[in-house]
Design a protein around this ligand. Sequence first.
Ligand SMILES: C[S@@+](CC[C@H](N)C(=O)[O-])C[C@H]1O[C@@H](n2cnc3c(N)ncnc32)[C@H](O)[C@@H]1O
Length: 235
Amino acid sequence: MFGLYTSVVRHTGIFGAYEAIEARRRQLLSSPASITVTDFGAGSHTGAGRQRRVADIARTAAKPPHLAQLLFRLANYFRPATILELGTSLGLTTAYLAAADSRTKVVTLEGCPNVAGVARETFAALQLQNIEIVEGNIDDTLAPALSALGAPLGFAFFDGNHRYEPTLHYFEQCLAHRTPESVFVFDDIHWSEEMERAWEVIKAHPDVTVTVDLFYIGLVFFRTGQPKQHFSLRV
Ligand SMILES: C[S@@+](CC[C@H](N)C(=O)[O-])C[C@H]1O[C@@H](n2cnc3c(N)ncnc32)[C@H](O)[C@@H]1O
């Protein structure tokens, strides 16, 4: 935990992959384009309409650089063979997760076809070839995506439907594909009362050994042979 905290969570250095992804973020933030958005899940606190500016989606839905780069460092540290992301949006966190190791197979799930289209442009612009995007409601796409992985689930980032029931349902489905080395990352664990409750259930799950509450995200580990422990650390 000390190693993870000092060399991953508190790491302040700059990796080569950051600049190109942040350049793509700047491009999206200044995009004049608007797209029709199919709303899935809990939506956002900002009251999204159906027609949305790409720039607004980049500003409100995407993780900010310091959290997206923390995801990069987690993937870089653990080097999972497979990563599954629930909730692609414009593809910025997907890009960070995929850029950590080109050998990692990254599968990302997005419900809105137009949003997925912009994410595809992100992956092409960054020349990331280890990403597969699956369109459709996660309720329907998660099970087949897990089966199609062809290997155990090494790393999962839950950033789709920020509600109690779907979060726990997706967690349970992913559990069946984990190994003791898998890492699960939950976004926005303190975003709402529903997410607070979901996080408590996840922490208490018998398969879970160690959790790390980083406030904006929560890390979940399943390593055997260590006592159940819950850490609260600040980024
Ligand atoms: C917070 S955004 C993801 C942000 C992205 N991970 C990032 O930080 O760059 C959540 C995305 O999940 C999608 N989503 C939410 N619920 C979904 C569901 N049930 N099925 C498919 N997609 C869903 C939304 O369309 C939205 O694009």
